[in-house]
Design a protein around this ligand. Structure first.
Ligand code: ATP
Ligand code: MG
Length: 428
């Protein structure tokens, strides 16, 4: 036998016993987004490489070492999307969605980054995201953060995550700060690790984000971006805090929160948890007022966030003990012979059309009634619907509860439909 071919490292299969929880989470995302008036947008997973280079920043980790980039058959460089904001802006510009309009959008889907796989860090992972275009004030920042808080609440993990906020300032003030920070770190060059030395000239703000414990005090004592903000950014940040307080959303100011992409300005935020080891950021977001312009559009203020779905699901499993949500089967139809099976085919078709929301399976593959009963039990169904010799003769159906100790009943087709309808309604 040939060797089996395995999946690519860091690209997970999501198996049938996990998909109900995924579906549950995805449904919450969709409903909450819709409830806040956001519209769904979908775009491809593959884009021109240039798009990400121009937006995310040539010196970021993503662009320097994490992108899945390759030449297609036409020798054109293409990249699997490492994030969604940039392609979302590209799609909006291409279809004129930002022309004198405010847009509240959401999307979800896979992203790809060539990282070292570990718990909560994969090479193919999934994001659920929201973006708002055309609004510049701290009011929408507060409303968007409230949306992220509602999501955490509905997912049942709000009490396990903390909101951290920070301001990246405007581009000019950040440039001044960047110079100061470079000087500071240069003066302590001997204490920096290789990674930070590499970042020193290219992207010194990212050193603040370093997880290396030996750099902790050096980072603690570094000049603070918050002390270098211009008055516009300060006002924006203060107003945001005021709104969040009114909305009863607790937050911490994290002066080292800088995020991994170059395009952020003013507000940035993350929801972090201490329950997933080093991969503690469940949701990250921020304002990116220059990205639309950078990608060839008219200047358009914008803000958004992304939830990492894998981390969200892990946290739901750990924090809420909700490991399994089963996709419950109501009934499993077993038949005694060829004629009974044909009857079963017609019956299941009839029941599916009569009883909305019915989850019913018709046994295939033959076998004795005893064996079919075993399969019915294993399927998790509430009832076995039985068609045997006797039922065929009397044009009836037997219904046996597989979970409760109640007597088997014999019903006609329309009675069975009514019975199942009532049972399903009761459950909902
Ligand atoms: P981190 O600092 O954990 O690497 P990031 O800043 O690179 O995160 P973003 O680009 O902000 O992440 O992506 C938004 C969210 O997507 C993150 O908060 C995280 O939940 C999730 N995420 C990012 N990279 C991965 C990955 N490789 N595997 C799984 N989830 C990820
Ligand atoms: Mg990262």
């Amino acid at each position: 036998m040939p060797e089996p071919i395995t999946a690519i490292r860091g690209m997970n299969d999501i198996l049938p016993d996990e998909t109900p929880l995924w579906l549950h989470a995805e449904t919450i995302f969709r409903k909450v987004f819709q409830g806040y008036g956001y519209q769904e947008i979908r775009f491809p997973v593959l884009e021109r490489t240039e798009l990400f280079k121009r937006s995310i920043g040539e010196t970021t980790d993503i662009v320097t070492k994490e992108m899945y980039t390759f030449l297609d058959r036409n020798q054109e460089s293409v990249t699997l999307r490492p994030e969604g904001t940039t392609p979302c802006v590209r799609a909006c510009l291409e279809h004129g969605l930002l022309y004198n309009q405010i847009q509240h959008l959401w999307y979800r889907g896979p992203c790809f980054r060539y990282e070292r796989p570990q718990k909560g860090r994969l090479r193919q992972f999934h994001q659920a995201s929201a973006e708002v275009f055309g609004l510049a004030g701290p009011d929408i920042d507060a409303d968007l953060i409230m949306l992220s808080a509602t999501l955490l609440e509905k997912l049942g993990i709000k009490s396990h995550a903390t909101l951290q906020i920070h301001s990246m300032g405007n581009i000019a003030s950040r440039e001044v700060y960047r110079k100061k920070l470079t000087e500071y770190f240069l003066a302590h060059k001997n204490k920096l690790d290789a990674d930070s030395l590499h970042r020193l000239h290219k992207n010194p703000l990212r050193i603040l984000d370093s997880k290396d414990p030996t750099l902790k005090s050096l980072i603690e004592n570094a000049p603070k971006l918050l002390d270098h903000l211009d008055s516009d950014a300060i006002q924006h940040f203060e107003k945001l805090q005021e709104y969040l307080t009114h909305a009863n959303i607790a937050f911490e100011i994290n002066p080292h929160l800088v995020r991994g992409l170059d395009y952020y300005t003013k507000t940035v935020f993350e929801w972090v948890t201490d329950q997933l080891g080093a991969q503690g950021t469940v949701c990250g977001g921020g304002r990116y007022d220059h990205l639309v312009e950078q990608l060839g559009g008219k200047p358009t203020p914008a803000i958004g966030f992304s939830f990492g779905m894998e981390r969200t699901i892990l946290l739901m499993q750990q924090a809420t003990q909700k490991n399994k949500i089963t996709n419950e089967l109501h009934a499993y139809v077993i038949t005694d012979n060829e004629e009974a099976f044909i009857h079963g085919l017609k019956l299941t078709h009839y029941l599916r059309s009569k009883v909305s929301g019915l989850h019913i399976m018709l046994h295939s593959g033959g076998g004795t009634l005893k064996n079919q009963f075993k399969k019915a039990d294993k399927s998790g169904a509430q009832y076995a619907v039985i068609i045997g010799e006797h039922e065929l003769k009397t044009n009836s159906i037997s219904l046996k509860s597989l979970r409760e100790d109640i007597q088997q009943q014999t019903l006609y087709q329309d009675e069975l439909a009514e019975y199942l309808k009532l049972k399903i309604q009761k459950k909902q």
